[in-house]
Design a protein around this ligand. Sequence first.
Ligand SMILES: C[S@@+](CC[C@H](N)C(=O)[O-])C[C@H]1O[C@@H](n2cnc3c(N)ncnc32)[C@H](O)[C@@H]1O
Length: 291
Amino acid sequence: MPTPDAAEFDRWYDVLERSPQWRRFVGEQLGLPEQMFATGFLSGEGLAEIQSLLSLRLDDTLVELGCGRGGYGLSLIGGVGARLVGVDFSSVALRGAEADAVAYGLADRTTFQLGDLTTTGLPDESASAVVCVDAIQFAASVPDALTESLRILRPSGQLVITTWQASTPADGVPERIRRLDLAHDFAVAGFDNVEVLTRPAWSATERRLWTAALDLDPGEDDALDALRDEAADLLPLADSLHRVVAIGRRPGNPWPSVARSFRLNERSGSWGAAGLPAHIPRVVPRAGDSL
Ligand SMILES: C[S@@+](CC[C@H](N)C(=O)[O-])C[C@H]1O[C@@H](n2cnc3c(N)ncnc32)[C@H](O)[C@@H]1O
């Protein structure tokens, strides 16, 4: 199953635009706020957990990578007074996200711009927090996307990702999910306080959605038709996929410049990286639910 490119996502969003039924069905099944346009499958419960993890404050800047129609990001900044910068490679999705921001009265606090998960085009240290809902698996290189997230985060800023990881290499689990090892990739990218946690309750909600989707009568609705097909493909894999949330923090102290590191080492009479801080990522399992 090849990873879809921007043109394929544009076509998908065009189909979804014509189906208010798809939006209503998915929103109701996931328990999302009314009118919210989600194209990931994170439940209302999951959204509330992300909200609490991010703890956004007035004037914080949240960057949402792979924001699609921006539903999660808009909801996360809505009551807080934070700003949102949404990045996606689908111009069709971004047009819709901009329209929703206007409809919700959030246009003056939001920017949606074209960019890739690995090359956002955003300035260094411009984000108080970065969130990525059900999109990281599409990155051409997940490690590069994590490095890019670290670059745009302010010191001590947090990256929160939701996705799926494979519990078994079952036939049918897409390669883009099988290759995910977020605990490893967050650590290698340089994140601190890394946690990758399974979320069985989110999986259960999703399983109910797929089960209900099998009973849909799509009629002429291409979006509902595609959802029913997806349900038929994914339900048999439900036990092979873990819903996960991955969290990492950019180390708190600004990186010392290479020149300063070398000066420190010169003084001690040796060359090398002895002046660089040793950020050893910690993978902290929580009892009972970690991968
Ligand atoms: C399943 S949708 C999730 C969208 C949104 N996060 C949500 O949950 O409503 C995945 C999104 O990732 C975007 N995407 C996929 N690959 C991308 C890439 N390489 N760069 C930027 N966006 C990408 C798609 O256009 C799509 O909007």
